[in-house]
Design a protein around this ligand. Sequence first.
Ligand code: SF4
Length: 344
Amino acid sequence: MNNFTSVIEYPVTQEVEILSDDERESYRESIKTMLKRENAALVAHYYTDPEIQKLAEETGGCVADSLEMARFGSQHQGKTLIVAGVKFMGETAKILNPEKRILMPTLEATCSLDLSCPIDEFSAFCDEHSDHTVVVYANTSAAVKARADWVVTSGIALDVVDHLEAEGKKILWAPDRHLGHYIQQQTGAEMLLWKGECIVHDEFRATALRELIKQYPDAAVLVHPESPSSVIALADVVGSTTQLISASKNLDNQQFIVATDMGIAYKMNQFSPEKEFIAAPTGGKGATCRSCAYCPWMRMNSLKLLANVMHNTENEIIIDAELAKDAMKPLQRMLDFSSAINQV
Ligand code: SF4
């Protein structure tokens, strides 16, 4: 592993601001009017506030994981995309759509994985291991993507690493060490891991999860692979957000214990209103948690900020054109690979 040791300061997850019915309706109406006037699409991640996910669906936008958000953005005819999520998602949208204006409710919404992988240290690590193929997770800055051979999302990471392993490649993986470890175990690939983590998934705890499983013996346990290996070991299904939503729909269980950001419950409830979704525990008895299964940065996206998105001149994603071109190469490689395997 690399020696990245900086302590990342991150905000404690805030409660979603309670709005009166009138306030909520007024924000919703002004966002709808703005989207129509600007011929813009709202693209929201599964972890955002359910109100935002609902609005994206109602206005012809999309609610998805980061790969699908990027795909949808590329296919939409409009000139403006409003990305509700975290900064690397807005940057990915800009890289894939350099001609479009990409706006976000706030540029303060970032990600602990992105923060844990500063370009200078990462680049030096790559230089030290120049015989390795560099595979980075989508949760990274444009500069880190530009330094990589491949960009992957959690939905496609296993397939890509499997493919590289079959070609006899040694892999340098960044930044999520838990996901990297999981992929290494599943594929047997030779992998050097960067030492980053998602502060939401890293807080799930196996001991407390075992207790919860005893309380709900019939529940299926759904785990995102950014969680620690001891938590993954207790899973019935391990997968990306989209894969976990599919599992919640397709399995016959009536109860599910879910180890990922609970913003995902909006979609799970939409598909299976009769089922129960229980958040996996983020600590043992008496322990405290900072994220409590809700990402503090995803939570920064609010209806209020969304309604003001056109008036805030500081929330447009701007990326240097040369850097964007370099970052596009490994992203395009992933999109081409994804199309190829879906056609098989
Ligand atoms: S949930 Fe984790 S990986 Fe996703 S944006 Fe938040 S910190 Fe990053």
